[in-house]
Write a protein that binds this ligand. Structure first.
Ligand SMILES: C[S@@+](CC[C@H](N)C(=O)[O-])C[C@H]1O[C@@H](n2cnc3c(N)ncnc32)[C@H](O)[C@@H]1O
Length: 229
């Protein structure tokens, strides 16, 4: 019997509906990110690989109203995204992270679920680092997919586009490789039984009903943040 369940962890495929139909079970990670951002001095930020809805508006909500947020994605089809609720100016840019050219340096760059798709995440980190002012920060949210469980079976990604489904394990090394310091790391693993938030999210992502009493652990999401000298 197949002992791994396949989960497409591409929110681009699911699109905005996932966010309207199912509350994001990773909300604690988002809350930790936004409270971290609230502690920084911010006038400009960027969300790289922002996708459809992603967390762009959560990031915008942590910025002062006069700040600018660059929402960047290589795929023009993710735009226009409604940023009507954003409390600050959001500027959408169609760009590849490897050739990132922001209008100016920013105080913080955030990316979620981007590095797992990249063949050269270190090159992407270097490209992003160039656009962070000295004293700014780079915050990464990436999964360790193989920690996920449906019952006792491990979750694995079904997407061909995912290069490293466990990239979350490498975030510390990647931040160190670009000479970031004061690195902080947290990890979040939403769990629950079948009809829980975790179960509904899994069902929305995969179309698979896990059953009402099945234990579910979603893939661990790692939040790593480094200070750029
Ligand atoms: C899995 S989605 C994540 C979307 C969003 N950050 C979120 O957390 O929901 C990955 C996004 O990265 C974008 N992407 C992939 N490769 C990229 C690249 N080389 N440069 C910029 N964006 C890229 C994709 O188009 C997609 O929108």
């Amino acid at each position: 019997m197949e002992d791994r369940h396949l989960i497409p962890t591409k929110s681009t495929r699911v699109g905005p509906n996932l966010h309207t139909e199912v509350v994001d079970p990773y909300y604690r990670a988002t809350a930790q990110l936004t409270s971290m951002l609230a502690g920084f001095e911010l006038s400009a930020a960027a969300d790289i690989g922002c996708g459809y809805a992603g967390i762009t508006e959560d990031i915008a909500s942590a910025l002062p109203s006069q700040a600018t947020l660059y929402a960047v994605d290589a795929d023009p089809e993710v735009f226009p995204t409604s940023h009507g609720a954003a409390s600050c100016q959001v500027i959408e840019l169609v760009q590849d992270v490897y050739q990132l050219e922001l209008p100016k340096q920013v105080d913080v760059i955030v990316c979620r679920f981007l590095l797992l798709d990249l063949t050269n995440p270190l090159a992407a980190m270097r490209a992003m680092r160039r656009w962070i002012r000295p004293g700014g920060h780079l915050a990464l949210l990436e999964p360790i997919t193989s920690t996920g469980r449906i019952g006792t079976s491990a979750i694995a990604s079904a997407s061909d586009e995912i290069v490293d489904q466990d990239i979350g394990l490498r975030l510390y090394d990647l931040l160190t490789a670009i000479d970031a310091d004061e690195i902080t790391i947290d990890a979040f693993t939403p769990v629950g039984l079948g009809a829980s938030l975790a179960g509904r999210y899994l069902a929305a992502m995969t179309g698979v009903d896990p059953g009402s009493n099945t234990f579910i652990a979603l893939p661990t999401l790692v939040l790593a943040c480094g200070h750029i000298q």
